[in-house]
Design a protein around this ligand. Structure first.
Ligand SMILES: [Zn+2]
Length: 438
């Protein structure tokens, strides 16, 4: 989603190849000391979904291997796919501004205003600003704001009064921001900083926009959350890097930045928010040391990842055991939700339409009327869940299961729930099948 023209000397670039590049050295430090952590097999691009009725045709699938850099501890994907393949012209961009995200952005505004002592006059720039939801918080407090967003969402943001430059992010966009708006006190990048190849070029472009005492705030899916709650399903080709505070600090340190505040936030099943400033420009808050201590106290990363690998494999056979039992009783099972992570789970655990009758998605989703990537499982309107009342619903957005289950039950679903991860389990429901099983 972001301009990828800047050259990284360390690693060949996938952009423009029409294919992929094998990661033969660390995306951040360039070290060739990469250790294989996990291999999930070959995964199809998550956003290439065939319309229902179309026979399967030739489709690419890319190896999903997770690697750990022994030098900077970055956990990263072992293959980078050309963004033109992952984000084709008809890529259905959606705002993705759920309630959790909206609350998180409001909290980010409150927190940064307190920590940085903002007066309301400082320029705030958001990279990958989508429909302007994050910036809206700052604008309402009086700040001049500027978003950079490559998709049509930029128009939506401008219409609601959030100034947005429609462009991929890179040196040219950064120069335009500075020329038109001046240098920023805050630059934010939420849920994009792990997605772009050539990360050094991105940091350089961010630095070009930031005032001397300005702050760069990033939010990314957090490696520790991935390990703790077995979120292997967040591994797919859009996610090139999975940061810990240690590896994020290493990357930013290469650019003369230091992390001055860091904490865990609840978005996307567990993310990390970090504030970085030029070294010495701002006091470092105790939160940084605390989170680093927490990471170290959990044990050596190599050992943790080794255990993670075993748990991932076990969760797959445990899920199969649970499903075998249910299918033996002729229970119907519908999947609920088709986020990108659902594709990884379904493909890794090899679910097909003989197991999952269908996957239901909210009305109006572009995914309705298509097949789940790599399968013949149809995605249908969620009304089907309430009309058909299958015995079980498999939650593919299991990371928000606690929020989802009461909602679906309240709306009239009477079946039981299968939560596939971290340990496959059955929750609730009043169907006869469930009673037999338990
Ligand atoms: Zn490295």
């Amino acid at each position: 989603m972001i301009d990828t023209n800047q050259a990284t000397p360390e690693l060949a670039r996938a952009a423009g190849t029409g294919g992929s590049v094998v990661v033969d050295r660390c995306q951040v430090c360039g070290s060739t000391g990469l250790e294989s952590v996990l291999f999930l097999g070959y995964l199809p691009p998550v956003n290439q979904m065939r319309p229902l009725g179309q026979r399967p045709h030739e489709q690419p699938a890319y190896p999903a291997e997770l690697l750990r850099c022994a030098k900077c501890q970055l956990v990263q994907l072992g293959l980078i796919v050309d963004p033109a393949i992952l984000f084709p012209p008809d890529y259905p961009y959606t705002s993705g501004t759920t309630r959790i995200l909206r609350e998180n952005f409001a909290e980010l505004w409150r927190e940064s205003t307190g920590i940085l002592g903002l007066r309301g006059s400082e320029l705030v720039v958001d990279v990958g600003s989508n429909d302007g939801t994050l910036l809206e918080n700052f604008r309402a407090a009086g700040h001049p704001v500027c978003g950079v967003e490559p998709t049509l969402m930029a128009n939506l943001a401008n219409e609601r009064g959030v100034r947005t430059i429609m462009s991929f992010f890179g040196p040219a966009a950064a120069a335009r921001v500075v020329q038109e708006c001046g240098r920023a006190q805050i630059v934010t990048a939420t849920n994009v900083f792990a997605h772009i190849e050539g990360v050094h070029g991105i940091v350089d472009s961010v630095l070009a926009m930031i005032a001397d005492d300005g702050v760069f705030i990033t939010e990314s899916h957090y490696l520790m959350a991935l390990i703790e709650t077995l979120q292997y399903d967040t591994i797919y080709h859009e996610h090139l890097r999975h940061y810990s505070l240690e590896s994020l600090g290493y990357l930013l340190g290469m650019h003369g930045l230091e992390v001055i505040h860091a904490k865990r936030i609840p978005t996307h099943g567990g993310s990390i928010r970090a504030y970085a400033a030029r070294r010495g420009a701002r006091p470092v808050l105790p939160s940084v040391g605390r989170l680093l201590d927490e990471e170290r106290a959990a044990g050596p990363l190599a050992d943790r990842l080794q255990a993670f690998r075993g748990r991932v494999a076990r969760s797959k056979v445990d899920l199969h055991a649970l499903l075998k039992d249910l299918l033996g009783r002729r229970a119907r099972i519908y999947g609920v939700g088709a986020p990108s992570r659902a594709s990884t789970l379904i493909n890794y655990t090899a679910l097909d339409r003989e197991i999952l009758d269908c996957v239901v998605e909210v009305k109006g989703s572009y995914k309705v009327g298509k097949y789940m990537p790599g399968t013949m499982i149809p995605v249908v309107d969620e009304a089907r869940l309430f009309d058909d009342q299958p015995e079980f619903a498999l939650l593919l957005s299991w990371h928000i299961a606690d929020e989802l289950m009461p909602k679906l039950t309240e709306r009239g679903f009477r079946g039981g729930y299968i939560v596939p991860l971290p340990e496959p389990r059955i929750v609730g429901g009043a169907s006869p099948s469930r009673q037999v099983i338990e």
